[in-house]
Design a protein. Structure first.
Length: 413
């Protein structure tokens, strides 16, 4: 009896909040209406850091779904389209959906995410303009860097820099309500904003400013495991492995269940009989010679690893220009050297993913110091269950023969 009254009371309170919200907007009220969380990242950031920012917001939304506050459980996360990435050759590529790279159904098994075009369909099927209800441009507290005293807090302040007023390179996505939010802390603190607003669409720009809440724990790894690659890219990588690298999931013991939620934590992956190398060059070779090798020094290290591991096939993933790769191949002429170049119809980001998939299936992997591209390969290998010592390896910088190994980020179930 008391229970029934309590539930009715709760429903009443909820419906009043909802009515206020809908009426204020001049819309017909619908208690089931979704709310939308959008985010975007500092434009120069690369693909693999953006993947990390996605995970922060996916975990955030995943946790909101468990909230006891009904209005917080209505959020969907909008996947920000990929535009003009700094490292992509085709600089005019704009608004590429996530499905080009990832398996969206798999992402949805972790968090309620939708593509931007689905958001358009849901929120404004009849309109040509979208005005985001509230935009918060995250920025660092300038005084914290001056004083060196860092504490978790957030505050609406004057904008430190010029801000964007239309979003995702769409002229028709704007807002009349943009504020700069100085922020230091973890992403969970953003809940405080969502709790006090009834806005239906909220965008956090420069979303990378908010830090992980759950870095490296079970939830983090669930989000990471849900980031399965687009099936077509997986297939292309598999064909290449079969054709050139004598590698299949059956022989390598790298089969994963169809659904990431059925994965287990057995460490039994063997990998294909090849060494994979992620050799990050371009901006890395200029800025970090002590940590990133030039070609000659990379070759010396690759030969040593091939010798120690008893392997004769090497797969190279690199952003080096083709001429540099040809040089490297020449230096390694006593071995079988491969690079993925088969499909000219793929865009840079897709080629990069195929490189990552092939690297992740090798018997032994060596990457580049502090490259997020290499980190993501290490994570794939953790998911497949490779022995630690075949994964967390890096090339040493030019003329340095021995260097610290990368930190080991073990998977948690
Ligand atoms: O992925 P990413 O953020 O890794 O940026 P880092 C590097 C981009 O370069 C990739 C291309 O997304 C690819 O487009 N790329 C790098 C590669 N290595 C390869 C490769 O082996 N194969 C292919 N196909 N493409 C960060 C940048 O780079 O480094 C930041 O994101 C910043 O903006 C920082 O510059 C210093 O972590 O390596």
């Amino acid at each position: 009896m008391y229970k029934t009254i309590y539930i009715i009371l709760l429903l009443r309170i909820h419906s009043t909040v909802c009515n206020n919200f809908c009426e204020a907007k001049g819309e017909q009220c619908n208690v089931n209406k979704h709310r939308y969380l959008l985010y975007d990242v500092n434009p120069p950031e690369g693909f693999n850091l953006r993947r990390d920012v996605y995970m922060r917001y996916a975990v955030f939304i995943h946790n909101l779904m468990k909230s006891s506050i009904p209005s917080l459980t209505k959020f969907k996360l909008i996947l920000p389209p990929w535009t003009n990435l700094y490292h992509w050759k085709e600089q005019k590529l704009i608004q590429i959906p996530w499905s080009f790279f990832f398996d969206i159904d798999s992402l949805r098994k972790f968090a309620p995410v939708i593509e931007m075009h689905e958001f358009f369909d849901e929120i404004a099927p009849k309109y040509t303009k979208i005005k985001i209800d509230e935009v918060y441009v995250l920025q660092h507290f300038e005084d914290m860097f001056k004083t060196g005293i860092f504490e978790d807090k957030m505050e609406i302040q004057k904008c430190n820099k010029e801000i964007r007023t239309n979003f995702y390179y769409y002229n028709n996505i704007t807002s009349d309500n943009i504020k700069c939010l100085s922020f230091h802390g973890h992403i969970i603190d953003l809940q405080n904003i969502l709790k006090i607003t009834e806005a239906r669409t909220i965008l956090f720009d420069h979303a990378e400013v908010a830090l992980h809440n759950d870095f490296g724990n079970k939830i983090y790894w669930q989000a990471r495991r849900s980031m399965r690659f687009n099936k077509q890219l997986q297939q292309l990588a598999l064909q290449f492995r079969r054709k050139y690298l004598n590698s299949t999931d059956e022989s390598d013991n790298t089969q994963l269940p169809e659904d990431w939620r059925d994965e287990n934590h057995e460490r039994a992956a063997r990998g294909g009989p090849y060494l994979s190398v992620h050799l990050r060059q371009k901006d890395f070779i200029v800025g970090r010679p002590k940590d990133v090798p030039n070609l000659e020094h990379a070759v010396k290290q690759i030969k040593e690893i091939l010798h120690i591991q008893g392997l004769s096939i090497v797969f190279i993933a690199t952003d080096a220009p083709i001429k540099e790769y040809e040089k490297l191949k020449h230096y390694l002429k006593d071995f079988f050297v491969y690079r993925y170049t088969l499909d000219e119809n793929l865009i840079d980001g897709q080629l990069a993913i195929i490189d990552q998939i092939i690297c992740s299936h090798a018997r032994y992997f060596v990457g580049t110091h502090e490259s997020t591209f290499s980190f993501r390969i290490q994570e794939e290998r953790e998911i497949m269950g490779f022995p630690i010592e075949t994964t967390f390896n890096r090339l040493c910088g030019s003329d340095i023969n021995s260097c610290h190994k990368p930190s080991v980020w073990k998977i948690i179930y």
